[in-house]
Each structure stands twice: as structure tokens, then as C-alpha cells.
Design a protein around this ligand. Structure first.
Ligand code: ZN
Length: 138
């Protein structure tokens, strides 16, 4: 995608997510009771109801869970095509994040493709974007 982006408006709950990229890491909310990660952040754990929630650094590695390629120019300053993807973070099955894939031709995107996070800073927000990153061989 090139051009303007509609930025998120971080609130008290989501600010740690949107600013972690300043340190080059992806942070996800995690429950201190049942240890499950959850995204987007909530005031209570979706699994066990605990309010003992903290922010934990994750690897930033994920796989493409689903995606769509946008060709429509919805905004005069934004040109496509670009790929909007739901990625599943490696830390936990079903831990999904909606983002944009960069540096991958839309025709080359595949479900199950290994990706890794990178950040695009715009004002005081660090947008987590994902690029193709083959898993290191064992
Ligand atoms: Zn929990």
C-alpha cells in the first residue's frame, strides 16, 4: 500500500500494543492465571475471566491464516493492490491478528505462508506489518 493510512486511535487498553514497535517487538496481552494470550486486548481474560492481564513480548513470527487482496481504490491517496491478511501468531493456535502483508506480490501470497513482523511508525503509533519469512530450517 502506498499513501495515507487510517491510523488506529490507541486508548489506555490498546496503547501497549500500538507502541511496542518502538522497541522493535510485538507485545500481546497475556493472562497471568491461565497463561493464554488474547488479541485484541480486553479488561478480562476471555478464557477464564481473570483480570490479571499483562503484556508479553512474542516472537513476531506467524503464518497466514486468511487473506484478501484489495484492488479497489477506497481513498484518493491510497493505491493498491495490497494484501490484508489475518495471521496466526506462532505462540498459540487461534491467536489471530489482522494486518497487511508487505514485500509480497499479492499473487504470491498463500495460506500457511510463514511471515514475520516489522513495524511502520506513523506519528506515535507503530503499525505491525508482516513480510514473508521462511521458517528457519531445523
Ligand atoms: Zn485466563
Amino acid at each position: 500500500m502506498t499513501g495515507a493510512r487510517t491510523l488506529p486511535a490507541p486508548d489506555e487498553l490498546s496503547r501497549p500494543f500500538w507502541t511496542a514497535g518502538e522497541l522493535g517487538v510485538l507485545r500481546i496481552q497475556r493472562c497471568g492465571e491461565c497463561r493464554r494470550f488474547q488479541h485484541p486486548p480486553l479488561v478480562r481474560c476471555r478464557a477464564c475471566g481473570s483480570d490479571d492481564l499483562t503484556w508479553e513480548e512474542v516472537s513476531g513470527r506467524a503464518t497466514v491464516y486468511s487473506f484478501t487482496v484489495n484492488h479497489q481504490q477506497w481513498h484518493p491517496d491510497v493505491t493498491g493492490p495490497y494484501t490484508v491478511a489475518i495471521v496466526e501468531l506462532d505462540e498459540q493456535p487461534g491467536l489471530l491478528l489482522t494486518s497487511e502483508l508487505v514485500d509480497v506480490e499479492p499473487d504470491d501470497v498463500r495460506i500457511g505462508m510463514a511471515v514475520a513482523v516489522e513495524f511502520l511508525q506513523v506519528d506515535d503509533v507503530w503499525l505491525p506489518l508482516f513480510h514473508h519469512a521462511p521458517a528457519p530450517s531445523p
